[in-house]
Design a protein around this ligand. Structure first.
Ligand SMILES: [Fe+2]
Ligand SMILES: [Fe+2]
Length: 139
């Protein structure tokens, strides 16, 4: 096991976990004031997050999971890999939602649903990796 990779992964979980409440607050502000300038800013933040997540997921799938997979955690790892796909899909959907709103469409309900879904899955995903998957390495 490459402990440098493990350290990087944990640090990225911390960074992304801390971003979750910030995105939530930003969304609420945007929704309340219909602030399109802040919405553009959110789109930029989420585009950067998507690039970081793509790299992070690739690291896990190519370097972490193959090293640690065993009979006890293989189902968990399959679920985590499916969540990677799901998270990137919802993020793409959110990016399209934002562009549509910036173009004047009223799809706030759909947009809100996608944001809440994304943040919920991401939070849950990080918790599963930090508290279920990673502790299983040491046992
Ligand atoms: Fe992951
Ligand atoms: Fe992760």
């Amino acid at each position: 096991m490459d402990y440098h990779i493990l350290k990087e992964i944990k640090e990225e979980h911390k960074k992304h976990g801390e971003l979750i409440p910030k995105i939530e607050i930003l969304f609420d502000e945007i929704r309340k004031d219909l602030d399109l300038k802040k919405l553009e800013n959110l789109q930029k933040i989420l585009k950067e997050l998507k690039l970081e997540l793509e790299e992070h997921f690739f690291k896990e799938e190519s370097k972490l999971f193959p090293e640690i997979i065993n009979k006890n955690n293989e189902l968990l790892i399959t679920n985590l890999e499916n969540e990677h796909i799901q998270l990137l899909e919802v993020l793409s959907e959110i990016d399209r939602n934002i562009s549509r709103i910036l173009n004047g469409e009223n799809i706030w309900i759909e947009f809100r649903h996608n944001i809440k879904e994304f943040l919920h899955i991401l939070n849950d995903h990080i918790l599963k990796e930090d508290y279920q998957l990673l502790p299983s390495i040491y046992t």
